[in-house]
Design a protein around this ligand. Structure first.
Ligand code: NAD
Length: 492
């Protein structure tokens, strides 16, 4: 049992002013795992004001990039120094298998190192711009946006925090981070690690709390300059409306229903491996999960058989048990949502090949079998809506044009994958897929160096890479009149 009675505000651990508390459950056995302080509007106000002071008067935005990079690297070291403990916390909070949590923690540390390198480059970022009118000399500089509100989901608790905190700090912003109410533990540890790394008070504030209380108060707060959100489309849309009042800078990383096109010349073992990686990793609770698989008709029967068989072999259980590759879903609510989507899919006439139920051997916990559907009606919610669970829909196609049409026929546009021995075909299709991320002959590999984000309802803006830093920077032109001649418009 973990007891976390404090919020992290202005470098101090403070009890919530209205005594709010969250109960967090272990998804593997439904037992009470933690009680956690929940921020209310008064705490949000305190935290935003602290971030505001740290931005307007504090040292952080005024340090050189090299100096900020030093602290970012110390945060990366702090994460690595506690990687085993953080990975176990993540498993207990979220349910994911331990090797996946270890991967996340290593990636989170790597993200801080990556943005440390970019912070250093900001010191020499002033770019002269040649003007046609030689009486003027101009340059362009970039400056931190200000106070950022970072609101994140529960599927990669520490990693999603790192994707926002690392670039925001590199840019010189200060921020208030609100983790999901379902997974708060590693975000609170990040606050501790950052403080130990020497981050000045008020630069990073961490407020667990409910979305419609702490989250809403945070994104509406007039002291916030930028809202960086990752989560569902309905919440993203609400946040966009809230941010509109003060015309806040926003970036949104939202949901997906990503397609994976498999041509018949693909190696069937490789195809099945990547399909499974694309939908069963993290129990399918992945925004970029390739949950709609399109298979060229001549390979379709064999692939369905191999995929269903392989899905039936996946070891399910507590994420801390060795050899487990599929843990529980994060919460009772998520389990109910996935179960309802499966039931609706069956009612709509999709053919269930494997799974679809709570595994018989798991008496407790929010487990769901890896689930394979084929011949899924194109109008069904199963095919069109994000399920966010270990549920893959497979349909056949006959021509390249049909595959592309089916792939792009979606409200979402986060990721897409294509597999074929014909690389020219893959490249051709990659250009035509409506998605911010396209994988060829694989699914899901993610790198700090590359932009991450979607088109259509999957969001606005890009995280990661140099593009992720741009989220937290404003661009300013400085233009100088340097002609010796008088301007001579009014005073001729
Ligand atoms: P969610 O939208 O329910 O919640 C996300 C966060 O928003 C939580 O911290 C929540 O407390 C907060 N929130 C809820 N209502 C709010 C409000 N009115 N104002 C401010 N904050 C509010 O999403 P979730 O269930 O936590 O996460 C799953 C979703 O996240 C999926 O749709 C998934 O695709 C998406 N996601 C996207 C990416 C990406 O990079 N595109 C990555 C991970 C998850």
């Amino acid at each position: 049992m973990y007891d976390r009675p404090y919020l992290f505000i202005d470098g101090q651990w403070l009890a919530p002013q209205q005594g709010g508390q969250l109960e967090v459950f272990d998804p593997s056995d439904e037992s009470l795992l933690a009680t956690v302080a929940a921020a209310g509007p008064a705490d949000v106000d305190l935290a935003v004001n602290a971030a505001r002071r740290a931005f307007d008067q504090g040292p952080w935005p005024r340090l050189s990039g090299v100096e900020r990079a030093h602290t970012l690297r110390r945060i990366a070291e702090g994460i690595r120094a506690r990687q085993d403990e953080l990975a176990v916390l993540e498993v207990r909070d979220n349910g994911k298998p331990l090797p996946e949590a270890q991967w996340d923690i290593a990636d989170a540390a790597g993200c801080f190192d990556f943005y440390a390198d970019l912070a250093e480059r900001l010191d020499t970022d002033e770019r002269p711009v040649a003007l046609a009118d030689s009486r003027f000399r101009a340059s362009v500089v970039r400056e931190p946006v200000g106070v950022a509100a970072a609101v994140i989901p529960w599927n990669y608790p520490l990693l999603m925090a790192a994707w926002k905190v690392a670039p925001a700090l590199a840019a010189g912003c200060t921020l208030v981070l609100k983790p999901s109410e379902l997974t708060t533990l590693t975000a609170l540890e990040l606050a501790r690690i950052a403080a130990e790394a020497g981050l000045p008070a008020g630069v990073l504030n961490v407020l667990p709390g409910l979305g419609n209380e702490a989250g809403a108060a945070l994104v509406e707060h007039p002291g916030v300059d930028k809202v960086a959100f990752t989560g569902s489309v309905p919440t993203g849309s609400r946040i966009m409306q809230a941010a509109a009042r003060d015309v806040k800078n926003i970036s949104l990383e939202l949901g997906g229903k990503s397609p994976f096109i498999v041509f018949a010349d693909s190696d069937i073992e490789a195809a099945v491996e990547w399909i499974m990686f694309g939908i069963f990793w993290n129990q399918g609770q992945v925004c970029s999960a390739t949950s709609r698989v399109l298979v060229e008709r001549s390979l379709y029967p064999a692939l369905l058989e191999r995929l269903s068989d392989a899905a039936s072999q996946i070891r399910i259980g507590n994420g801390l048990t060795e050899g487990v590759l599929l843990g529980p879903l994060v919460s009772a609510g998520q389990h109910a949502k996935v179960s309802a989507a499966i039931a609706q899919g069956l009612a709509d006439g999709a053919r269930l090949l494997y799974g679809g139920e709570r595994p018989a051997e798991q008496a407790k916990g929010w487990f769901m079998q890896p689930t394979v559907f084929a011949d899924v009606p194109l109008h069904s919610a199963l095919w069109r809506e994000e399920i966010f669970g270990p549920v893959v829909c497979v349909n056949p196609f006959d021509t390249e044009a049909e595959a592309l049409h089916l792939a792009n026929d979606s409200q979402f546009g986060l990721a897409a994958a294509v597999m074929s021995a014909d690389l020219e075909r893959c490249e051709r299709i990659a250009r035509k897929l409506q998605a911010g991320i396209v994988w060829i002959n694989c699914s899901q590999p993610t790198f700090s160096e590359l932009p991450w984000g979607g088109v259509k309802r999957s969001g606005i803006g890009r995280e990661l890479g140099e593009w992720g830093l741009d989220n937290y920077l404003e661009t300013k032109q400085i233009t100088r009149y340097e002609s010796g001649e008088a301007w001579g418009w009014y005073l001729t």
